[in-house]
Design a protein around this ligand. Structure first.
Ligand SMILES: Cc1cc2nc3c(=O)[nH]c(=O)nc-3n(C[C@H](O)[C@H](O)[C@H](O)COP(=O)(O)O)c2cc1C
Length: 209
């Protein structure tokens, strides 16, 4: 185990009836210390109307008992898919820690107040970019997008308050299952799954690696 940081072996967590979120929180905090960039990055899997899965990277922007929150364009492919089928899975992989967390559940849009507050915290360039990008739509040439950025920069100059675009908001994924995966030598890894129960408690299951 020489090169594997393992301060929180999953066997310790097994049998402890706490909810999975504090463990997730601890792993995320450790990843924030050790990852070279984007410790909150995760892959989000959605499924289209034909049953075709689609996966792409996003950034986690909030976490509470209500769910794990990410932000995006509501005209994007992922948003179309989530409106039609509000089930999704997230996969976090922290290479520096050799850990993985999978989260699955149902999504719902966050409140306007929550989205407004997060949008207001973004830097000006990102705010303008959210107005300018027709995310997931095709364009003839890159200059179309550059022109839209220039237009919105003129409309909302640096220093002015930029309103949140109506097509841009957050989604909250309420976990029904969370799996923690911890690397071990010789591929004898540890896996611990938390499954949400109807009474609000969590059932724990250990899995073979
Ligand atoms: C590390 C990383 C983080 C990203 N974070 C976001 C994000 O938070 N929100 C977002 O809409 N797109 C984000 N993207 C871009 C998405 O991966 C994707 O290209 C975009 O959302 C369009 O996806 P869609 O066509 O499936 O809707 C990120 C990409 C990378 C590589």
């Amino acid at each position: 185990m020489a090169d594997t940081p393992n301060p929180h072996g999953l066997n310790e967590a097994f049998g402890n009836k706490a909810t999975p979120l504090p463990l997730f929180d601890r792993w995320l905090a450790q990843a924030t210390e050790s990852e070279p960039n984007d410790p909150t990055a995760f892959a989000l899997a959605t499924v289209d109307a034909a049953g075709q899965p689609n996966v792409r990277m996003l950034l986690l922007k909030g976490m509470s008992e209500d769910g794990l929150v990410f932000y995006t364009n509501m005209n994007s492919r992922k948003a179309d898919e989530l409106r039609a089928n509000p089930k999704a899975s997230m996969c976090f992989h922290w290479k520096s820690l050799r850990r993985q967390v999978r989260v699955s559940g149902c999504v719902k849009p966050v409140s306007d107040a929550e989205a407004d507050a997060y949008f207001a915290s973004r830097d000006h360039a990102s705010q303008v970019g959210a107005w300018a990008s027709l995310q997931s739509s095709s364009m003839e040439r890159r200059i179309e997008f550059d022109q839209r950025v220039t237009e919105y920069c003129a409309k909302y100059p640096e220093g002015s308050a930029v309103p949140r675009p109506p097509h841009w908001t957050g989604w909250s994924l309420q976990p029904s299952e969370i799996e923690f995966w911890l690397n071990a030598d010789a591929r004898l890894h540890e896996r611990l799954v938390y499954t949400a129960q109807v009474d609000g408690s969590w059932r724990q299951t250990l899995l073979y690696p």
